[in-house]
Design a protein around this ligand. Structure first.
Ligand SMILES: Nc1nc2c(ncn2[C@@H]2O[C@H](COP(=O)(O)OP(=O)(O)OP(=O)(O)O)[C@@H](O)[C@H]2O)c(=O)[nH]1
Ligand SMILES: [K+]
Ligand SMILES: [Mg+2]
Length: 447
């Protein structure tokens, strides 16, 4: 559990291990006082000062480096912050931690700086998530999406919609709370109905276009499956451009799942090479390898079946695992271009040679289109299941509001409130007070 917010916390902000420079961050009410004790004087705010950090107990030097102070609320956390840029040494880290703890600061828990920033209104929930995404980003597309989100793109649209819902419902609320005003419910309802319908439609449209956002953030899993010796591992190696998996002419070379990660048009694809599937006599290890291969194929976002066109029969075990949109690769095109006319409905068929490379770039192109086609990180996006769920909840609540608007306006108002609250979950700005605020700001009820 996080301790009380009154305390001062510290942590290394840069990566673990030896480095030229490591950055340490100290945040909380005592940050500047502790810094002064270490530096021996109070330095200017927001200016890097070259200092010697010393243990105030005996004056022993901890390290020389840069110190910068940020004053609340103009800091990352919104609290007083001291930052030290020291040599990236393990020994420096140990003595600094010892002295900081003795001076009353404590090591920060995971995410605690960001949590404080959130509590102090420096960023909202969607932005805090984006910060985590940015730190985890592996591709430029992921980085772009995270930076856009950190800028508050999603927060802004979620807030806009929430306000629109509240604005549409405000007259209705007023009518319920102050029935003696003399407003005609039917007229109010007539005005609110189409507005709610429009809002609901734009939320549905947004939900439809945001599917790629989660793909960008989460990546996709691809299982390479097929009978023994079909050339699965050779294909994985050719895609990765390195000898990730063992290749041999012995059937049953791959037994366990071998994974590698590729950047396909900005989307991270986790590619799994699997054991060959066959119905012939097999030992326990082979049987377990096949079980894992099938399980991986079933759980993957996309399956790529590899078949050798020269084999006498086409592997049903493999083809039965394919779904529309999956790939069927006829391998070893350098040996045979004669391919059987056998492919399940909706499966993308392609021929290539991992050995000569013929057909490989075209396959990468098709695979990229399947995985990342239409993926861009330009607009606001629902990057997490949490966001999608919030929008879905809002859509459902608006549908109920629409249905109730004429016969039970007070129920419709409650549904609209729920829709607004659902959207408020995206940024973490939820509150029933908001709708009252909306009423009093847009209505003049001076009685
Ligand atoms: N000529 C030619 N040989 C290939 C090609 N792809 C794979 N092979 C050969 O086919 C044999 C089997 O290749 P692997 O990649 O080990 O096949 P696999 O499907 O992973 O086999 P298992 O792991 O045993 O299920 C090896 O001898 C490869 O060199 C190709 O495109 N052309
Ligand atoms: K093999
Ligand atoms: Mg293999």
């Amino acid at each position: 559990m996080m301790a009380g917010k009154g305390d001062t916390i510290f942590a290394k902000a840069s990566g673990a291990g030896k480095a030229g420079v490591s950055v340490y961050r100290l945040s909380g009410p005592a940050a500047h006082a502790i810094s002064a004790q270490l530096v021996g004087r109070q330095i200017k705010l927001r200016e890097a000062a070259l200092v010697a950090l010393r243990d105030p107990k005996d004056g022993a030097i901890i390290d020389r480096g840069l110190a910068i102070l940020f004053e609340n609320p103009k800091s990352f956390t919104g609290e007083d912050v001291a930052e030290f840029h020291l040599h990236g040494s393990h020994a420096v880290e140990i003595s600094l931690y010892e002295v900081l703890s003795r001076l009353g600061a404590r090591p920060a828990e995971a995410g605690e700086f960001t949590l404080r920033a959130l509590k102090n209104g420096k960023l909202d929930l969607a932005q805090a998530e984006a910060l985590a995404d940015l730190i985890d980003a592996e591709t430029t597309l992921q980085k772009k999406q995270a930076l856009g989100q950190l800028d508050g793109r999603l927060s802004a649209v979620a807030e806009d919609w929430r306000r629109e819902i509240l604005a549409v419902m405000a007259p209705l609320e007023a009518d319920i709370d102050f029935p003696d005003e003399g407003d005609v419910p039917a007229a109010i309802a007539a005005a609110a109905g189409p507005a709610i319908a429009r809002l609901r439609e734009s939320l549905i449209a947004f939900l439809d276009t945001s599917g790629r956002a989660r793909t960008i953030r989460e990546g996709v899993s691809i299982a390479i499956i097929g009978p023994p010796n079909a050339g699965k591992s050779s294909l994985v190696n050719a895609l990765a451009g390195s000898e990730i998996a063992i290749v041999s002419d012995i059937a049953g070379t791959t037994r366990d799942i071998v994974e590698t990660r590729l950047d396909l048009g900005g989307v991270v694809a986790a590619i799994a090479d699997t054991a060959g599937l066959h119905g012939a006599q097999h030992d326990v290890i082979e049987a377990e390898g096949m079980r894992r291969a099938r399980a991986r194929a079933e759980g993957a976002d996309l399956r790529v079946a590899v078949l050798d066109p020269r084999s006498e029969f086409v592997s049903r075990e493999t083809l039965d695992l394919l779904r529309p949109g999956d790939f069927l690769i006829w391998s070893k095109a350098d040996l045979s271009t004669d391919i059987p006319d056998e492919a399940p409905e909706g499966v993308i068929v392609h021929q290539l040679s991992s050995k000569s490379g013929a057909g490989l770039p075209a396959f990468v192109e098709k695979l990229t289109a399947a995985v990342a086609g239409g993926a861009n990180a330009d607009g606001p996006a629902l990057t997490r299941a949490r966001h999608v769920k919030a929008v879905e909840e809002a859509i459902d609540a608006l549908a109920r509001a629409e249905a109730n608007i004429t016969r039970a306006p007070e129920l419709a108002a409650e549904d609209a409130r729920l829709a607004a609250r659902a959207l408020g979950q995206i940024t973490g700005a939820v509150g029933v007070e908001d709708i009252l605020g909306e009423i009093f700001s847009s209505f003049c009820i001076g009685k």
